[in-house]
Design a protein around this ligand. Structure first.
Ligand SMILES: NC(=O)C1=CN([C@@H]2O[C@H](COP(=O)(O)OP(=O)(O)OC[C@H]3O[C@@H](n4cnc5c(N)ncnc54)[C@H](OP(=O)(O)O)[C@@H]3O)[C@@H](O)[C@H]2O)C=CC1
Ligand SMILES: O=C(CO)[C@H](O)[C@H](O)COP(=O)(O)O
Ligand SMILES: [Zn+2]
Length: 341
């Protein structure tokens, strides 16, 4: 198949390249419909990754969050027109212990391998998860990020001690909001507290039990377990506050990506017997659990629809560039493009 792939060739510069692709009987062809931007994509778009990383990874199609319509299935199992969420992680090996998203042999789209900004995406058939008809399409575009939140909470469930009284989330942006909605479904008996930098963003977390600005947290406040959803330089102070406010032997799940190493007060981590668990990306099972939670919970779907922040139809390279520039200045919510190239 000859495919048109929209690749970032240099920071802020996209180019369409024609690529010959081999399709096997195990693949399906999907036409992308709604695509959502992750911070990882904006770091490539703006050239915030180190020069050596950019040299190694570009040219590359961005975007690892999206839904599309099945165009062709050689096995006729997916009907043409079926809406599917595309799983960006493509494993080539299995391991009894290491999950697919942590296997070094797996390929992750828009991080070294072409993402979803293509005319057609060829997917191994187990990388497509059917999206129910009653899901909002723009919200469905970021099911990948929901699956990351699901993966984080699944990891927390496996690691944490019996104290689930208070779950604290640091970060008042997209990942914090998604993870917060999931805490309400996965740990419904826990009190949910959000710690953020912007009152106007914290106001969106109306379903949380309590929200705090990070410079106004009571000294004696304690959380049982914590999730860090900040990233960048903000991770350092968020992790420091988590260490200060988590109960002894609590678990902190770290999700925010920082370009430079951040300092951690290991003396306190040791003294209090804390567990720090890193979480990155997600696998097929997390996507399926995410879709199941959304299917069973209309209120979660409604909350996540509130996270659609900036949308636009894109048809040309100029539209794509303008869309990414717009996503950079968008204050609240996910940037979702209707892919019409
Ligand atoms: N592990 C994974 O698989 C994934 C990781 N990520 C990463 O998660 C991070 C967050 O992504 P996203 O939610 O989309 O980004 P957002 O910018 O939407 O949200 C981050 C929010 O956290 C706030 N913040 C910064 N520092 C602190 C702090 N110390 N305490 C509390 N809040 C703070 C930010 O405020 P301000 O803007 O003022 O700094 C911002 O409002 C990024 O690094 C992203 O790359 C995203 C997806 C998956
Ligand atoms: O966003 C993510 C998953 O949804 C990850 O943070 C992202 O894949 C990290 O990739 P990179 O190493 O290219 O920054
Ligand atoms: Zn992402």
């Amino acid at each position: 198949m000859l495919n048109q792939v929209y690749r970032l060739v240099d920071p802020r510069q996209f180019e369409v390249q024609t690529v010959a692709e081999e399709i096997t009987n195990n693949d399906i062809i999907v036409r992308p419909r709604f695509l959502s931007v992750c911070h990882a994509d904006t770091r490539y778009f703006t050239g915030q990754r180190p020069q050596a990383t950019l040299r190694q990874k570009l040219p590359m199609a961005l975007i690892h969050e999206g839904v599309g319509e099945v165009v062709k299935d050689p096995q006729d199992k997916f009907k043409p027109g079926t809406l599917v969420a595309m799983v960006p992680n493509t494993p080539f090996k299995t391991d009894p212990i290491i999950k697919e998203n942590y296997l070094p042999s797996s390929k992750f789209r828009s991080s070294g391998y072409d993402g979803f900004m293509q005319e057609y995406v060829s997917l191994h058939r187990d990388r497509a998860i059917v999206v129910p008809d009653n899901f909002d399409h723009q919200m469905s575009a970021f099911i990948e990020m929901v699956s990351v939140g699901v993966h984080a909470l699944t990891q927390l469930e496996g690691v944490m001690d019996a104290d689930r009284k208070v779950i604290g989330i640091w970060g008042d942006g997209n990942l914090g909001f998604i993870t917060a909605t999931l805490v309400k479904q996965i740990l419904p008996d826990s009190q949910l507290m959000i710690f953020g930098r912007h009152q106007s963003k914290l106001d969106y977390f109306s379903f949380a039990d309590k929200t705090y600005l990070v410079d106004d947290i009571p000294n004696d406040l304690k959380v049982s377990q914590a999730l860090e959803c900040t990233g960048g330089r903000g991770s350092e102070s968020a992790i420091a506050q988590i260490i200060q406010h988590i109960r002894p032997m609590g678990t902190a799940i770290l999700m925010g990506v920082s370009e430079d190493p951040v300092g951690i007060d290991t003396r306190s981590v040791l003294a209090e017997g804390l567990t720090l668990r890193g979480v990155s990306r997600s696998g097929r099972v997390d996507f399926q659990r995410a879709v199941d939670i959304l299917t069973d919970s209309p209120v979660t779907r409604e909350r996540l629809q509130n996270l659609v922040g900036f949308t636009r139809k894109v048809s040309t390279i100029q539209d794509i560039t303008d869309f990414f520039e717009g996503a950079l200045t968008n204050y609240w919510g996910k940037a979702v493009m209707e892919w019409d190239v």
